[in-house]
Design a protein around this ligand. Structure first.
Ligand SMILES: [Zn+2]
Length: 163
């Protein structure tokens, strides 16, 4: 599978070369482990929901709640550029929103703790801002001081997992 490295295009040549070299040498996993030594330990839907609630209550009290936060075992919800497909709405017959369901790909169970947190931050922010707008990213940065770096490193994590 060819790697999708298009996200590197916005980086300096120096960073592109560095990342390219790390990937080529098969050192990506070790590189991430070095940056993020702490593993995520959330592995059940119950723990995931509790974890999401804690983040939401801390930073976005006024946002609509997530009714369900679950792991998704299918590959369909793994994406290169954090897509919106994992934040589903269950609609009633008349089209009214009745439930917010956040699906987190089970691939992230093996992500470093900080990157796992970032994935939750991203999806929770969509409860308030549907689009990847400036205010969406401001909200993400409010919940995660190092959001941009984490999003970048999450792409590296996915590459390290063969996505
Ligand atoms: Zn998104």
């Amino acid at each position: 599978m060819p790697l999708n490295l298009s996200f590197l295009e916005s980086c300096s040549e120096k960073v592109q070369n560095k990342i390219g070299r790390i990937i080529e040498e098969g050192e990506l996993e070790a590189y991430l482990k070095d940056l993020y030594p702490e593993n995520n330990n959330i592995s059940t839907d119950k723990a995931l929901f509790t974890y999401a609630q804690v983040i939401r209550k801390k930073y976005m009290k006024k946002a609509p709640p997530a009714h369900k936060v679950v792991f998704d075992e299918s590959d369909d919800h793994v994406y290169n550029a954090l897509g919106d497909n994992i934040n589903d709405l269950i609609l009633s017959d008349n089209g009214h929103k009745i439930k917010n369901v956040i699906r987190i790909s089970s691939v992230y169970k093996s992500a470093p703790a900080e990157l796992f947190h970032m994935v939750l931050v991203h999806e929770l922010a969509h409860l308030k801002e549907r689009d990847h707008s400036k205010s969406f990213y401001r909200l993400c940065q409010h919940m995660d001081d190092d959001y941009d770096q984490h999003e970048f490193d999450l792409r590296l994590f996915l590459i390290s997992k063969g996505y």
